[in-house]
Design a protein around this ligand. Sequence first.
Ligand code: R5P
Length: 311
Amino acid sequence: MKILAGNSNLPLARAIAGYLELPLTDASVRRFADEEVFVEIHENVRGEDVFVVQPTSFPANDNLMELLICIDALRRASARRITAVVPYFGYARQDRKPGPRTPISAKLVANLITEAGANRMLSVDLHAGQIQGFFDIPTDNLYAAPVMAADIQARYGEQDLMVVSPDVGGVVRARALAKRLDNAPLAIVDKRRDRPGQSEVMNIIGDVQNRACILIDDIIDSGGTLCNAAQALLDEGAASVTAYISHGVLSGGAVARVDKSALKELVITDSILPTDAAIDSEKIRILTIAPLIGEAIRRIADESSVSSLFD
Ligand code: R5P
């Protein structure tokens, strides 16, 4: 088994390789003067089971291109099996046509990864489980929930917990986390905009009075969804609001928005390389999912069960 890293999250790739007690494959993934990606693998990979670690986070297009070119290099070097390890799958939010004459970019990206030569795909908390079906190669979708649940039990286990989905679409994810927290009760934030141009009204479904609320979502991007939900929960009498989010996209002024928000804490994973602003923020804490991904890779290589990681 070999682990090859692109440039998008080298600390995570190193931590995964460390978990597996393997060195990273000796390779250079660099740029020509005009920004074209150039990959050179400096060791023999013929007949090897190779895992390419490359989340397609910001800059999404450059990181995607690196992933595709790494896969192409491995295929042409006769690797036996190539697994694209994409802890954060960029373009996942474009998983359906929101209107006429719009693309389904998540499907296009899945086609590109497959056509480049990947034999398997491994990701974490895909925006929608159905995205697995966009790949015609075996695709494992890992869940950060066990890592989050352990942290929540350790930090907030003594309090009256309530798991909250920030929108109706996230209820399945929230229910799965609540189950891991001894069947904690569930609330839902229902966002409504009665007419275009009117500001959003947040209705809370469930009694959050005096509860330590745990908001759970797959992505924090601008931070708008979470910061507004946190304020709405406090307005309804919640004792505190903490957010656990799988992928800290945190674009633009998101970190500043979180710092100023009513959130007690924002906990993200290292599926995306955190920016300096996120690392320096007193409200943001980062949990590592390197052992989770490392263990899944070990099981894929051994051909043993991956799903039993979540039993
Ligand atoms: C949307 O469906 C996702 O699950 C997140 O709720 C969304 O991407 C968060 O975006 P933002 O942080 O920009 O509100």
